[in-house]
Write a protein that binds this ligand. Sequence first.
Ligand SMILES: [Fe+2]
Length: 391
Amino acid sequence: MSDWPSVSFRFSLPTKVIFGRGAAEDVAKEALSLGIRVPVIVTTAGGSLRRHGHIDRVEEALSKCFQDVKVFDRITTNPTTELVDELVNYIRVEGADGLVALGGGSAIDTAKAASLVFMGGGRTKDYLLGVRKGKEALPLIAMPTTHGTGTEVNKYAVVTDPELSAKVAIVSRHIYPKVAIVDPSFMDTLPSGLSGATTFDALAHALESYLSKSVNPLSDMFALEAMKQIAWVYRGMKDGSLIWGSPGVRDRLAWASMAAGVAIDQSRTGVLHALEHALSAFSPDLHHGLGLAMLAVAWARVMERKLPERVAKIVKIFGGREPEEFHELISDIIRVFGLEKSLRDYGFEEEDVDDIIENARTYLGALLSNVPGGVGDEELRFIVTESILGR
Ligand SMILES: [Fe+2]
């Protein structure tokens, strides 16, 4: 235990987890047991969940027990405080009393934030900036359709305030979903680009948790488990024996994503997420997982110098030997998962480096300092500059 700064933690996961193919059929029973009378399905605007029949599936399952099922299908990527306010207003107007969030992190986080704001009153902005805290939340069932965020099992809801260009998390013990229904069959239809990006998000959660200054035996256990599952998929895809649709891949990744979600509930994320949130605040169309991937090679170079012992353990899980191989490993994972893009492809130039760092320092200082020894401006400048140059 010598590399733990302290061994002391509290663990309580107030979320009931129902995991497995077919778990979605339990949604009505769970909503009833939460005392919900008028549920709202909160889901994405893009249409792919509708096209693949996932929204109908949940709507039909709920309709067996509920006469009145509402559908709020206006969720977009990087949801804003206005979108949460819109959902809060919708819940009020429609007389709903419980939420079923179906989608990726954007849908679930919008629903989590709205569940708190609805009960506490006021504007979402106030909760994001910590002016209001909230004491209770509407009951919420989270049904992830991607294997990335892990938000179905933690206390964070990431929302963007477009006026301030601030993408930050509302952190509240009241917004743990009451139930997480993790049904990997929803993920079978995830296109390959999103499969890679969301898997990388889950990997980033596991890595950042394991390399944070807030580690404990419990967060390590979940983070290492997530890494092992993702390493299995990475190795199979690298040698050509697996594709995203191979039996077992989605199920393992759904579990990995959830496990990493518990890991960051304990120990939070760090520098990589702080910088990615700053990027997304300036470029709202950027997918979170892809943004993380674009920063990750340079970040790995910094971390392998900072925490060589822990990094060596990570490298071994993925089949390597030395901590110095970490950035090459990350680069190869990015290649295998089809995420090879640079920040330049999204319009970022070297002259933006200071703005990105200042945004992260202003709004995400808690994540920047969640690394043993902290992180200096030189290191941040190195990560962002190298990432813009695609190195
Ligand atoms: Fe994330």
